[in-house]
Design a protein around this ligand. Structure first.
Ligand SMILES: NC(=O)c1ccc[n+]([C@@H]2O[C@H](COP(=O)([O-])OP(=O)(O)OC[C@H]3O[C@@H](n4cnc5c(N)ncnc54)[C@H](O)[C@@H]3O)[C@@H](O)[C@H]2O)c1
Length: 543
């Protein structure tokens, strides 16, 4: 059965028996029982080549996993008996694509396929990883994991998304438990980087190492537990807060909205970057953590917390919570709230990426990997006519102005990035710049010829119109995949300078040699009509 295409991405389909993936990635030719991974007998995956990931369960979490893996270029095969599994997967994929387009301008790899399988055995055929995300019932999970372990290739990692069940219990019916672990993600899985990894006594260190590597390759931050405990780390912390919050509602101290406000306008903002301990360290001032402990430690003896008790979750309390929660949502649908949540998460992650701190470090690293991967697979850098293509960009939604298209300053930004790419091409790199020499742009003439919209892919074709020892004359054409002809042109004059001396100097011999090579390759190109243009108003007589 072929399902609809979501948001221009890869088709989501239910595989017929014997159906093969379209891409010839890992496991195409594997059959149940095949024990060979063509990338290496140990099955260690580099995370860069597409792998096949088997997912058992495609609810909130399973669909989130599918979206994360597919957005990062892996092929996903899903087993879920629910009749609406395809729709759930499509929704998650669309949300993930939207979120990642907003999160980064770095080029994402070609999206992996997402295929529904008719059985556990079919889903796990030739896979690198089985990720089980079925309902939180121990018996059900044990049986599914045992089936998966029997049918998956022996090298495949087998992971459960359980929020708190002990891995040693989940592994008790499966063959080869040394390759089993819990990999506990957070909702929305396609956006939040944290995944807690928890093995049992049988889990091999190699399994944890391989799993960490694979999850890292899809822009996650694995946190390896030192030993197995119920609830792992994050859910223990979340449950402590949740119990306290339920008591505050039960005791009619606060409404659900007031409790959420207490978090989101205060501590929640600090938690996003620093967590609890680093935040409290700052609370201790210059005297640091010891002072903080001395100052606030005694308060722990006060009977503030109900932590070990649970309020009676009777109908009255549940009704109150539901009523207050409905009021808080103010008529917004779950889909609307999910979109708001994702956009806010993207904003926080983007902000943290600029600081390269906390989860922002993960985003910054993912971006670097995406750029490197794209550069390695880059299309030809020289067009047939000799123009250079050194810079590409994707129009981000935040680049759109009130007129509904790309705002004017972004045209210059993309062209300036193309100029930087040209300078790198001629050797103006770290070691050269460290000698105090560089080029400065001294004049630009920009023409805006057509609109660009969010999601449009832009390419800059660059010509060297002229150069001498100190000057560089560039002409860029900004091209869009969406329409023929340039959407802008930029003409720029640059001077070679000695920064310390504050004056122009001749460029280095090696730079001039590379410039001459480019000039020779572009010698036969006609002079662009628009070059040498200027802004002419009606008050300036035409020459
Ligand atoms: N929801 C969360 O916030 C969250 C966060 C982290 C981890 N988890 C864990 O992830 C797992 C899944 O939770 P969820 O929230 O996605 O639940 P869910 O109810 O949204 O999804 C469960 C899915 O499993 C499917 N399913 C049922 N029986 C199955 C079977 N035999 N084989 C394959 N699929 C089957 C269901 O049809 C459903 O689509 C649970 O272990 C949960 O503890 C949940």
């Amino acid at each position: 059965m072929t399902c609809a295409v979501a948001d221009g991405g890869a088709p989501l389909r239910r595989a017929a028996a014997g159906d093969h993936d379209h891409r010839g990635a890992a496991g195409d030719h594997d059959r149940p029982g095949d024990d060979h991974d063509h990338r290496g007998a140990a099955g260690d995956h580099d995370g860069r080549t597409p792998a096949t990931i088997a997912l058992l369960g495609a609810g909130v979490i399973g669909a989130g996993w599918a979206a994360r893996f597919a957005v990062h270029g892996h092929d996903v095969r899903v087993f879920d008996p629910a009749p609406d599994a395809a729709q759930t997967l499509e929704r998650a994929l669309a949300a993930a694509r939207r979120a990642w387009r907003r999160l980064t301008l770095a080029p994402l790899p070609a999206q992996g396929s997402v295929t529904l399988a008719g059985s556990v055995a079919e889903a796990v055929r030739g896979c690198e990883l089985v990720q089980e995300s079925a309902p939180e019932r121990e018996e059900l999970k044990r049986e599914l994991l045992a089936q998966a372990a029997a049918a998956a290739p022996p090298h495949a990692l087998i992971a459960s998304s359980t929020s708190g069940l002990l891995p040693s219990r989940l592994a008790s019916d499966m063959s080869g438990p040394e390759r089993f672990l819990v990999a506990h993600p957070f909702n929305p899985v396609y956006l939040l980087p944290l995944v807690e990894l928890c093995g049992c006594t049988q889990t091999s260190p190699e399994t944890i190492r391989r799993a960490a590597r694979l999850y890292r390759s899809v822009a996650m931050r694995p946190l390896v537990l030192r030993r197995e405990i119920d609830g792992f780390i994050a859910d223990r912390l979340l449950e402590a807060l949740w119990r306290e919050a339920l008591w505050l509602v039960a005791d009619e101290v606060a409404t659900t909205e007031e409790i959420d406000d207490a978090i989101r306008f205060g501590a929640g903002l600090r938690w996003a970057s620093m967590g609890t301990f680093l935040t409290y360290r700052l609370g201790g001032g210059e005297a640091g953590m010891r002072h903080f402990m001395a100052q606030f430690g005694p308060a722990l003896a006060l009977p503030w917390s109900h932590l070990t008790d649970v309020p009676q979750l009777d109908e009255e309390l549940i009704d109150r919570i539901v009523r207050q929660s409905d009021a808080q949502a103010a008529g917004r649908s779950i889909a609307e709230l999910e979109r708001i949540r994702d956009d806010c998460l993207v904003a926080v992650l983007r902000g943290l990426a600029g600081e390269r701190f906390g989860a922002g470090e993960v985003v910054a690293l993912a971006e670097r990997n995406l750029y490197e991967r794209a550069a390695a697979a880059a299309a030809p850098r020289t067009l047939a006519d000799g123009r250079l293509v050194l810079h590409r960009a994707l129009v981000a939604p935040s680049w759109i102005d009130y007129n509904g298209h790309m705002t004017e300053s972004r045209y210059l930004e993309v062209l300036a990035d193309a100029t930087d790419a040209f300078l790198r091409e001629i050797g103006i790199l770290g070691p050269y710049i460290d000698t105090g020499r560089s080029y400065y742009t001294v004049e630009s003439h920009l023409r805006h010829l057509a609109e660009a919209h969010a999601g449009d892919r832009l390419t800059v074709a660059t010509r060297l119109l002229g150069h001498d020892a100190k000057r560089l004359h560039l002409f860029h054409e900004l091209l869009s995949d969406e329409r023929p002809g340039p959407i802008a042109t930029g003409e720029h004059m640059l001077l070679h300078v000695d920064r310390a001396a504050g004056r122009t100097t001749p460029a280095g011999e090696e730079v001039l040699a590379r410039l001459q090579q480019i000039a020779d390759a572009q010698r036969d190109l006609p002079w662009p009509d628009a070059a040498g243009g200027q802004v002419r108003g009606p008050w300036v007589p035409a020459p």
